[in-house]
Design a protein around this ligand. Structure first.
Ligand code: NAD
Length: 469
């Protein structure tokens, strides 16, 4: 049984931020089901008018929205403001993607025409993570609504207030009752949405553990769309790089941005053994200068706390386990006096240390020294995940080799692992996703194609195989 109320706390202060009842998945699915026919058959322009109004309301409300995200996640105010910008930008990108990926195509064929058009699935469940509590669910919701689906959204139990805020903006934009329902709660409510017979698909962003559980739960429902955006254990190779300061800055951005709570954050730094000492010194010096503070601090922090004290304890335990396994600490990941959810950026050398291939969702970077390029590439791909990978340094030919050999859906050069273009597909292979990339390609999983051959009049004869009349 779920507890009677869900409560969210500000990671930076521990203060209570939001309190409310757990949601009812059955009621939300029923409401979404009854809202579906009218929403799906409304003229596209009518749907888009509401969705564009939502975009404008997000922009008008950007300051308050960013403040709320910063308070509920602990991320720096500037980081939260960037998230709000992505939420608004998602609308135009998704409209463009809808036409480009799933629009209508009609061509002439002998005696008529052939057409490809798309239909919405029906009611789609959306399960969101806490690290981008607005941007990532929004990245499913907006394309789903454009395509004519109705949505039941179960946000992370750690960020219910952001979800309520988003839903209020949708309501203000004029979204009809039932088209977007919010079910507050944790794993129980997530399971209730995912297993509800009334949904036609599930769009998930979260950990691989949950994603695999959902894939198992959907094994008996191959007719339902299941899009899984999961975690990573992302490699960053620094190779033949003359600009050590720039490389160090990319390493720090990749590993510690948003307190390491981005699915694309680098977890493994792979470097030639001869180049390692200078790079370690440069990264170490930069870590010394990082401001770790509450979201609204002045001067602005580079990173805030992680999501809660439990996550901080888990990260500290993960670091200690790496030390116990033989890892050599370079920068200890430790709790900070700023508060129970604050940890320092961790850097640990684990060359030759056998560790489980797990994602540690926080500012924890492993360093692995290698003797040659083949070993570097081998290390980069030594993971069941396949979300993001970056090469820093080298030349175009080396980058081509890296791109060709990398098993990841996001492969960058001289940019952080966490850099992704908003108008590109976003997803990973292996344990990072099930070949249903989000962002620009989200349009693909929000609609199904119907192919038709059509003529205005029935005009047919049988040319062969008939007996004479
Ligand atoms: P999580 O898997 O713990 O939770 C995600 C959502 O699923 C939450 O709403 C949660 O309540 C729900 N849930 C949990 N267990 C469930 C179950 N058994 N059945 C149904 N629903 C369940 O993930 P998180 O900790 O909130 O988010 C961090 C994770 O998300 C990291 O692994 C990160 O890499 C990943 N992530 C991936 C992407 C991507 O696009 N690939 C983006 C952001 C975050």
């Amino acid at each position: 049984m779920s507890p009677p109320e869900l409560v969210s706390y500000e990671p930076a202060t521990g203060a209570e931020l939001w309190r409310g009842p757990h949601g009812d998945a059955g009621a939300a699915v029923a409401a979404a089901r009854s809202a579906f026919p009218a929403w799906a058959t409304a003229p596209l322009d009518a749907r888009l008018a509401i969705i564009e109004r939502y975009r404008d309301l997000v922009r008008a409300d950007a300051g308050a929205f960013a403040n709320l995200i910063a308070r509920e996640t602990g991320k720096p105010r500037w980081d939260a403001a960037a998230e709000v910008g992505s939420v608004a930008a998602k609308v135009d990108i998704s409209i463009e993607a809808y036409y480009a990926r799933t629009g209508t195509r009609v061509g002439e064929v002998a005696a008529g025409r052939q057409a490809v058009r798309h239909k919405p699935h029906g009611v789609l469940g959306v399960l969101g993570p806490y690290n981008f509590p607005a941007h990532l669910p929004n990245g499913h919701i907006v394309p789903a609504l454009i395509a004519g689906n109705t949505v039941v959204f179960k946000p992370s139990e750690l960020t219910p207030a952001v979800a309520e805020h988003m839903a209020a903006l949708w309501a203000k934009a004029g979204l009809p009752e039932g088209v977007l329902g919010v079910v507050q709660g944790a794993a129980d409510e997530g399971r209730a949405v995912a297993s509800h017979p009334g949904i036609d698909g599930l769009l998930f962003t979260g950990s691989a553990t949950t994603g695999y559980a959902l894939a198992r739960a959907f094994a008996d429902a191959p007719h339902k769309i299941l899009a899984l955006e999961m975690g990573g254990n992302n490699p960053l190779i620094v190779w033949a790089c003359a600009d050590v300061a720039a490389a160090a800055a990319i390493v720090v951005q990749s590993a510690y941005l948003s307190s390491g709570q981005r699915c694309t954050c680098a977890r493994r730094l792979i470097v030639h053994e001869a180049a390692a000492p200078a790079l370690i010194d440069a990264v170490d010096a930069l870590i010394d200068r990082l401001i770790v503070a509450e979201p609204f601090a002045d001067p602005a922090p580079f990173m805030g706390p992680v999501i809660d004290a439990r996550a901080a304890a888990r990260l500290e335990a993960a670091f200690d386990a790496m030390v116990a396994a033989g890892g050599k600490p370079i920068r200890r990941l430790a709790r900070l006096p700023q508060g129970a959810a604050f940890v320092s950026p961790g850097l640990i050398e684990t060359t030759g240390v056998d560790l489980p291939d797990e994602e540690h969702f926080g500012p924890l970077l492993r360093l692995i020294r290698v003797p040659d390029w083949d070993s570097a590439m081998h290390q980069a791909n030594a993971t069941r995940f396949g979300l993001a990978a970056s090469l820093v340094g080298g030349d175009e030919a080396l980058y081509r080799r890296f791109w060709t050999a990398s098993r990841a859906g996001i492969v960058n050069w001289n940019r952080p692992t966490s850099g992704a273009a908003s108008n590109a597909p976003f997803g990973g292979v292996g344990a990072s996703g099930n070949h249903r990339p989000a962002a620009y390609y989200a349009a693909d999983y929000c609609a199904w194609p119907v192919a038709s051959v059509e003529a205005d009049q029935p005009d047919a004869t049988i040319a062969q195989g008939l007996r004479a009349a």
